[in-house]
Design a protein around this ligand. Structure first.
Ligand code: GLN
Length: 485
């Protein structure tokens, strides 16, 4: 195995006993990038010089015995988190030249923990999409089949981990953008509880739904990343002051006597039969480990998509009002006056999907329609959240497929936004309820595409997600298949 293929915990062992240096690990990651990046396109920007300098610093720390949780570990950042002095585009033309004057809190936390930043990962423009095809910088390709999409919007972060172009990465999840690409690329992805990880320095899409979380090669690594990312931040008003357990402790514990809720609304007609079969096989395996699976119902599931596609665009239309050519990024040339400058900048700077969301959102919030759309959607959202509260009284965790289908073909859904929106059918409810979720690989299709399933738990119960996902992973015996690139 090459160094770039190893997990955080495997590399930590090697660093601790002096078998490898941070420099060697970083070199091995960039060698891999040289080999495959042209075909996969995980990154908008690579940070090779910065990474080599950070690795050198890590090696000095190691020599002094100062080893932190991520010392010398190459990590990719979705290009939606602000990096001081480093262009942060959000996948958009309008921010193609935006250089933030400060770091996002997660960037500071990772850096304080010793991480080495490899690059800024590709994404759907402003995180709006499920395929990474709306990026101004061109699509990312699924490493398991380069004619297919990697999922989105954090497609670059998912492929960078799956193709071993980094060891772990950061994404953001507003309606599934971590879990869906994790499932389609065969890696682990967690969306933490709303309030668990600071969003200070995250370019906002839909503020009542956005969360930052990790992509990793296994569940133990997810726990290691969560130990670094989670915690209160006085600079972020929705950040919660709740104790952060050592998540790593929960990896490897058994799940005897656990109750797993299987919601009937998630095993619907139209779900791909290979996805359904893989998840059912996983259910049987969990039962063998002493868990009991019970049928539950989340009766308002059918409204999730409609509610999300009112609330998310409404909040986006308001958040994106700040991009007008005055303060950030692109400014259109040859404007007649201020209004013309706004119009030209936004016309040139935003892509079609972003414009569609701004128009839907502005309409939903406009005078006379607010009650009928945004307010109504918020009321139904409360019912969706209550479904989860009720269900989680009867079980420890909920298990569902992460996506209705495996990765689809590039271009297959670009002309049909509704079809595209349906790929988030199973992930959106989690964000509406504010609860945490994790997607873990649970098999492959006959054609060799990864399949993922997700566990959901109550607010701040990420520890339970780590425990059950790792219990599954350890006995699933899923061979460590790797994409052939
Ligand atoms: N695919 C969903 C959307 O386009 C979710 C995106 C996300 O989670 N950022 O809104």
């Amino acid at each position: 195995m090459e160094l770039n293929q190893l997990t955080i915990h495997e590399l930590q062992e090697k660093i601790k006993n002096g078998a490898v240096s941070a420099g060697q690990i970083t070199e091995s990651v960039f060698q891999r990038i040289d080999k495959v990046e042209k075909r996969v396109h995980s990154y908008i920007r690579l940070l090779k010089d910065e990474a080599l300098a950070a690795a050198e610093k890590a090696d000095n720390d190691i020599k002094k015995g100062n080893i932190k949780p991520l010392t010398g570990i190459p990590v990719a950042l979705k290009d939606i988190v602000c990096t001081k002095g480093i262009t942060t585009t959000c996948g958009s033309h309008i921010l193609h030249n935006f250089v933030p004057p400060y770091n996002a809190t997660v960037v500071e936390r990772l850096s304080d923990a010793g991480a080495v930043f490899v690059g800024k990962a590709n994404m759907d423009e402003f995180a709006m999409g499920s395929s990474t095809e709306t990026s101004y910088f061109g699509p990312t390709y699924n490493p398991w089949d380069l004619t297919r999409i990697p999922g989105g919007s954090s497609g670059g972060s998912a492929t960078a981990v799956a193709a071993d172009e980094c060891i772990a990465s950061i994404g953001s999840d507003t309606g599934g953008s971590i879990r869906q690409p994790a499932a389609l690329c065969g890696v682990v992805g967690m969306k933490p509880t709303y309030g668990r990880v600071s969003r200070f320095g995250l370019i906002a899409f839909a503020s009542s739904l956005d969360q930052i979380g990790p992509f990793t090669k296994d569940v133990e690594d997810c726990a290691i990343m969560m130990n670094v990312l989670a915690g209160y931040d006085p600079r972020e008003s929705t950040s919660v002051q709740a104790a952060v357990p050592d998540y790593r402790q929960f990896a490897g514990r058994d799940i005897k006597g656990w109750k797993i809720g299987i919601p009937r609304e998630y095993f619907i007609e139209g779900i791909n039969p290979e996805v359904e079969a893989a998840v059912k096989k996983a259910i049987a395996l969990l039962e063998k480990q002493g868990a009991e699976c019970i049928n539950i119902s989340l009766p308002h599931t059918e409204y999730c998509l409609a509610v999300y596609y009112i609330i998310a665009p409404a909040e986006a239309s308001s958040n994106l009002a700040r991009f007008d050519g005055v303060k950030y990024g692109l400014r259109a040339a040859a404007a007649r006056d201020l209004l013309d400058m706004y119009k030209k900048t936004r016309t040139q700077g935003f892509g079609n999907e972003v414009k569609r969301r701004i128009m839907i959102g502005t309409y939903a919030l406009s005078a006379g329609y607010y009650d009928a759309y945004y307010k109504k959607a918020s009321q139904v959202r409360a019912l969706i959240k209550r479904d989860f509260d009720e269900a989680l009284k009867k079980c420890d965790v909920i298990l569902t497929p992460t996506t209705p289908t495996p990765a689809f073909k590039i271009g297959e859904k670009t002309d049909n936004p509704l079809q595209m929106y349906l790929s988030d059918l199973f992930t959106i409810s989690t964000n509406l309820a504010g609860i945490p979720g994790i997607s873990v690989p649970c098999g492959f299709t006959a054609g060799g595409l990864p399949i993922g399933m997700q566990f959901l738990a109550g607010h701040f119960a990420e520890d339970k997600l780590i425990q059950i996902a790792s219990a599954y992973e350890r006995t699933a015996g899923m061979e460590k298949r790797r994409p052939q690139l």
